[in-house]
Design a protein. Sequence first.
Length: 304
Amino acid sequence: MLKHYRIEGGRVIAGGNGRGGILVFVNPDEAERVMLTQKLRIDEHTLNSALDPNELARIEFEPRHAAIITKRPKRYSAEDNFLFNVSSVGMFLFSGRLVIVLNEDIPLFEGKMFGRVKSLQELALKIIYRSIFHFEEHLRVINMCSEDLEHEINKAMENRTLLNLFTLEKSLVYYLNAIGSNGRVIDRLKSCAGRLRLTAESVDLLEDLSIENTQCLEQARIYSEVLAGLMDARVSVVSNNLNVLMKTLNIVMIGLMVPTFLVSLFSMNVPIPLSERPFTFWLLLAASGCLCLGVVLVSKLKRW
């Protein structure tokens, strides 16, 4: 699917019918791939890399354009089951045109930062900036999900909760790799600022990008280390909860076995003392209750 945009009055607006300087290809079909590779002379391998979620971020310079591949968080859905994955964005910067290739339809130009755009180069940098903020938003969601799962572990002993925590830990590894890869692209953009004809304002934006990405990387690393470091403790909590439950069940079984023995003894079909007395039943019932109470008191005193 092809969408046309243009910069007008410092804002990115839809439209242009081919005359706009911004072309956005969402999961391009075969005809659009032919247009990208033959008409726009985009390398087919680079185009496939822009649509490959496992591709590392990088920047390449071709004779007619610069190819910038960056990473962004993949849109999360309930079917993902706590797996936060990453995707790729391909930006091909020509002298008067910016071509963006995505594998899913997402709002690209939303947010305050796109309220004032002066050039295509600045727009490409702000798309990277938006990806960094998107990573930070997902990291906060991952942290909240982790805290909710911790509370569930303290109350339940289901493997599902632990598996969800392992999935979150795997997601953080993906994010660490993607954010670090974006950081290398930002460093390369800084060193190639003159070649990309970046203005002084765009260079300052690059510095902000570098700082934000470094902070985002550090935040993801802290979350990953905390989550990985506490996984063994959480497994121990589950094992301890199971031990407490088994201990409680054993105390209940012992409490039932003692009066059961007494009742079984007086239920035998042989002469037993007090078997002919009318109050024997109530005496037996009281003795059974006292034995149950005695087991409970002993368990409390011994702190079982």
